[in-house]
Ligand binder design. Structure first.
Ligand code: NAP
Length: 281
């Protein structure tokens, strides 16, 4: 049966290119079963050229909400009429829906997902800790939109392209004084938390990093998730990081936050994270 055609049930989808690997339909279907919410959630490959028209048609045909992934997060933000504070800071959106007046609304739940996974699921203290973020792309921006509110003692962003990090610094300047450097010139003291928000793990590489960046108790978090530890996780373990995590918890938590935005119901996430870890093991 074509799930898209069940009448009377609200449709949701994740759109991206590529999107075949996305776990979002599985996660939202588990949330719907758990909460008793009736909905259909699919994945749609949508190219850059098709994206704007796809969003218009989806909502014109009574679609309930979209999750947006690479490479459309910035365009999704620009298309929207209304923006949450965190999507404004990130200048990127991963969650779209129609407001009561029919206007297109945008949120970015990536940062809330990451902060929840770090601080609640993994019990990492953020207050008064020194944070280092690797990367200055959409994921780093989304993460920082929530991390700036966590009472960190400092935030430094390292990025290959310094101009991109400098633009990020400028966009966040009114809310937090982020330090930025590129990988080659960085001379840094040890940090308490290091988050890899580059896409390098996708190809099995890590940025050039000095192991002296790791403090004794350092927590290293790779936003990427895969059945095997990522190259960054391997590097962190090899050099004695205290705690090392991948991004599966962030993925489920950002989805839970989107589900809450759309349906007003917050799903439990622990069992869903465990299910995904089992399936991908
Ligand atoms: P993006 O906007 O394309 O940014 C990519 C980042 O990686 C940029 O900072 C880029 O640096 C850097 N980079 C790429 N190749 C590099 C290389 N060879 N050497 C050094 N730096 C390199 O991508 P994104 O949306 O931020 O996504 C980044 C990662 O986060 C992806 O792995 C994605 O799967 C993950 N993610 C996970 C979740 C989750 O829920 N767990 C959510 C969102 C994203 P330049 O600026 O120099 O190009």
């Amino acid at each position: 049966m074509d799930q898209d055609r069940i009448e009377g049930v609200t449709r949701y989808a994740v759109v991206g290119d590529p999107v075949a690997h996305s776990q979002s339909p599985r996660i939202h279907t588990l949330f719907a079963e758990q909460t008793g919410e009736e909905l259909i959630y699919t994945k749609q490959r949508v190219t850059v050229d098709e994206f704007t028209q796809f969003v218009g048609s989806f909502f014109a045909e009574n679609g309930g909400g979209l999750n947006v992934t690479l490479p459309h997060k910035e365009t999704a933000f620009e298309l929207a009429d209304g923006h949450s504070r965190r999507s404004k800071l990130a200048r990127a959106a991963n969650t779209l829906w129609l407001g009561d007046d029919g206007s297109l609304q945008a949120d970015n739940t990536d940062g809330a997902g990451l902060v929840h996974d770090l601080s609640i699921n993994n019990r990492i203290t953020l207050t008064n800790r020194k944070l280092l973020v690797l990367g200055a792309g959409g994921a780093a921006r989304g993460a920082l939109a929530s991390l700036v509110e966590c009472g960190l003692s400092s935030i430094t962003v390292l990025n290959r392209t310094l101009a991109r990090a400098t633009a990020l610094k400028a966009d966040f300047a009114a809310v937090y004084p982020i330090n930025v450097q590129d990988f080659t010139s960085a001379r840094l003291s040890p940090h308490d938390i290091i988050i890899n928000a580059t896409s390098m793990s996708l190809s099995g590489y890590i940025p050039p990093l000095d192991p002296d960046l790791l403090s004794d108790h350092c927590c290293c978090y790779d936003m990427m998730y895969s059945p095997k530890p990522t190259a960054f996780m391997d590097w962190a373990k090899r050099h004695g990081a205290g705690k090392v995590f991948d991004g599966i918890g962030m993925l489920v938590e950002q989805a839970a936050e989107s589900f809450f935005v759309w349906r007003g119901v917050r799903p439990e996430t622990a069992d869903v994270i465990a299910t995904l870890q089992r399936v991908s093991a």
